[in-house]
Design a protein around this ligand. Structure first.
Ligand code: CA
Length: 360
């Protein structure tokens, strides 16, 4: 039998596959939110190692600056929720009752125990997520950005994987108010560890559009760097980003980001957006009938990747319109069409995508 016709048919199929009209979907990605934080204390190196082993594509770092200008991986500007700071440094409490990362040197922070998140009502302390890793069990420590990058790059070397990093600069306005410029300090570390180009395995995220514009137009070019930037989108009422107006600190108004022309504007300085999941699907949607907003489609039409937050399978965290965690992922990946998800349970999202390879 002459195999030439078969080869021609095979070649034709290949050509048709690669030249088919329509958008080519990039790989969907799983971002381990604060590490595999559904299983181990958020931002512990253990949670990061677990996320790497679970097959996450990117691992997230929230970044805050210390008094001695080091960059540590912590979600909050305060230490209260995830450390024993009140027991170790009781006198360092501010008048508002909180302990601030920025009031401590790295050597002091290294003395603290890091724990799964706790909340205190009067003198009673309880786990925020009762089904997760128990508070105060075992021993975990706060890490610097350098320590965490070395863990991920070391595991990339030992496993042959290319897991990326997804750092978030927390509250540049707060650091600036304390006399610190966190953005260039973060870039210096990223550059030292080889993250300098748009196609490197990194997304740099921030809630503050002013900080992102400054990164794109000033700081990155000045350092000979060009990284992918992600505009996180908050609800104005959360008060995550503050601006000074008439001498008063007021919440930055995010409402413009929900208007039709906003995505084209964001695409001038960013490569992706990180919206709250409820901005993409109405949380009051009926079961099986997700009401999908225009935001994801508008972002993608402007060339932006869409990485919503945060997918959790704890009790009460799956919206009523989804039957379960996998159904929720299915709605977001295949009906909304997102490019990636932030999740505390990266193993479940990785397994979900692996079980739908033809759509990944
Ligand atoms: Ca974050």
């Amino acid at each position: 039998m002459n195999i030439q016709p078969l080869l021609i048919i095979a070649a034709a199929i290949l050509v048709a596959t690669f030249c088919a009209p329509g958008p080519v979907l990039a790989d969907r990605i799983v971002i381990a939110h604060r590490g595999a934080s559904g299983y181990l204390p958020e931002h512990s190196l253990a949670a990061k190692a677990a996320a790497h082993a679970m097959g996450a594509d990117y691992i997230e770092q929230d970044l805050v600056m210390t008094r001695d200008d080091r960059i540590v991986v912590l979600h909050d500007l305060h230490l209260d929720r995830v450390t024993d700071v009140a027991a170790v440094f009781p006198a360092r409490r501010r008048p508002d009752g909180r302990y601030y990362v920025i009031d401590f040197d790295l050597a002091e922070l290294k003395q603290l125990r890091l724990t799964e998140g706790v909340k205190r009502v009067e003198d009673r302390e309880t786990a925020i997520y009762p089904r997760r890793f128990p508070p105060w069990l075992s021993t975990f420590r706060i890490s610097t950005l350098e320590e965490e990058i070395e863990l991920i790059q070391g595991m990339n070397h030992s496993t042959g994987k290319t897991v990326g990093i997804y750092p978030e600069i927390k509250a540049p306005w707060f650091h600036r108010h304390a006399g610190k410029d966190i953005s260039p300090a973060v870039l210096t570390i990223l550059k030292r560890y080889g993250y300098t180009r748009r196609d490197d395995r990194i997304y740099l995220q921030c809630f503050d559009p002013r900080a992102l514009r400054r990164l794109r137009t000033e700081l990155l070019p000045a350092m000979g760097m060009d990284l992918k930037l992600v505009q996180l989108i908050a609800e104005t009422r959360w008060g995550l980003t503050l601006v000074m107006e008439d001498g008063q600190a007021v919440p930055y108004d995010y409402d413009w980001m929900k208007r039709p022309a906003a995505m084209a504007e964001i695409a001038r300085y960013a490569d992706g957006v990180g919206p709250w999941m409820n901005m993409l699907v109405n949380p009051d949607s009926l079961p099986g009938q997700p009401q999908i907003s225009d935001l994801a489609a508008a972002a993608q039409a402007a060339g932006l990747a869409v990485h919503p937050y945060t997918f959790r399978l704890d009790s009460g965290r799956i919206p009523p319109y989804a039957a379960d965690f996998e159904d929720l992922l299915s709605i977001f990946f295949f009906q909304v069409g997102v490019d990636g998800v932030f999740t505390d349970f990266p193993d479940r999202a990785v397994r979900f995508l692996q079980s739908h390879p033809q759509r990944r």
